[in-house]
Design a protein around this ligand. Structure first.
Ligand SMILES: [Zn+2]
Ligand SMILES: [Zn+2]
Length: 351
């Protein structure tokens, strides 16, 4: 059965925003609306924007009078493929950290200006962790209510408006917000990554074209955000000292992400010269990159760094294995010969 009052999704609207608006249109809170149409399904107890369950999306499409493809296009599914799926948090998508109906992290960013322009709705691009400024109007995105600092959870708004804070009820939207400064290197990186997403030909991010840019960026983020590395790397790149709190990039507040993206943006510029020089001055070695992806030319540049591996101290018994012990009992001459050969081999510097 179809919803009595179906509505069309807006451009780049994310599914949770669409579903919340559908509920408000039917004069119901989103939880009640969802329970009415899917009584056996805890719709809001998960990050439904991940778009993992095709059967449910198809059911929703039928009730909304949309195609399954149109509904899937509102989810983050295609992006999760391009950013590289991991278990748990998807790389480069802000993590909702849903605990029952509560969101423990600041996973939704909003543009106060765009939210004030027409019917408020939430854009997919605001969930990307590398997006700090609104792609449409370049206003600084907010990841918390400016009045009470609560995380933004639009579908829980008790005023039944996506532009009202769910905690204090005050307006999140603002027609003329104060301009805030985003580091230019972070903005440049954001613009390039969005151009890659839009399949804009000829876009490069450091050494990468195409989706390698996402795995490459994520790799450098992992290395750069390490508390032992960030200060040295920023100093090597001529950037101000900046402290950030530890944690996964996808769970960081916007201010911390800005510091990391600025650092990585500078690190990637003038590839590969800056990368190599700054990595050297920051004391990075091949070992620093051993746990991250190394797409394209990154692998080659890492190989130019010192190895940094600790000496292999694995103990390999040269003389005490079972064969030699048996030989010792049975054939003393043979034992001495094998023992001598093994000792020589073990001390051979070419080994
Ligand atoms: Zn905007
Ligand atoms: Zn608030």
């Amino acid at each position: 059965m179809r919803w009595p009052l179906p509505s069309a999704p807006y451009d780049d609207e994310i599914l949770s925003s669409y579903l919340a608006r559908a509920a408000f249109r039917h004069r119901l809170p989103p939880t009640v609306f969802a329970a009415q149409w899917w009584p056996d399904r805890p719709v809001w107890n998960r990050d439904l924007d991940r778009g993992e369950e095709t059967a449910w999306l198809a059911d929703l499409a039928g009730r909304a009078g949309l195609t399954l493809e149109r509904v899937q296009a509102m989810t983050l599914d295609a992006l999760r493929r391009r950013f590289g799926r991991g278990s748990g948090d998807t790389p480069l998508i802000l993590s909702a950290g849903i605990f029952h109906r509560t969101r423990v992290r600041h996973a939704v960013q909003i543009c106060p200006r765009c939210l004030a322009d027409g019917e408020p709705y939430v854009r997919r691009a605001w969930r990307y962790s590398f997006v700090l400024a609104c792609p449409s109007c370049m206003t600084l995105l907010r990841d918390a209510c400016p009045h009470c600092e609560a995380a933004i959870v639009p579908h829980r708004s008790y005023r039944w408006r996506l532009d009202a804070c769910h905690a204090c009820g005050l307006d999140l939207a603002h027609r003329d917000p104060h301009p805030a400064v985003v580091p230019p290197a972070a903005l440049d990186l954001q613009a390039r990554l969005l151009a890659v997403l839009a399949n804009d030909p000829g876009t490069t991010v450091g050494p990468w074209e195409g989706d390698d840019a996402f795995s490459g960026l994520r790799a450098l983020v992992t290395v750069a955000r390490h508390p032992d590395v960030l200060p040295a790397l920023r100093a090597a790149l001529g950037l101000d000292a900046a402290a950030i709190s530890a944690g996964r990039f996808e769970r960081m507040r916007a201010g911390n992400r800005a510091v990391i993206l600025e650092t990585v943006g500078h690190w990637l510029s003038d590839w590969p010269n800056r990368f190599f020089v700054a990595a050297g001055s920051a004391g990075l070695t091949q070992r620093s990159f051993r746990k991250v992806a190394q797409p394209g030319d990154l692998a080659l540049q890492i190989l130019r760094l010192p190895e940094g591996f600790a000496r292999d101290r694995t103990f390999v018994p040269v003389l005490q294995d079972r064969v030699l012990k048996r030989l010792r009992r049975q054939n003393r001459a043979g034992y001495r010969r094998v023992r001598a050969t093994r000792l020589l081999a073990a001390t051979d510097p070419r080994r």
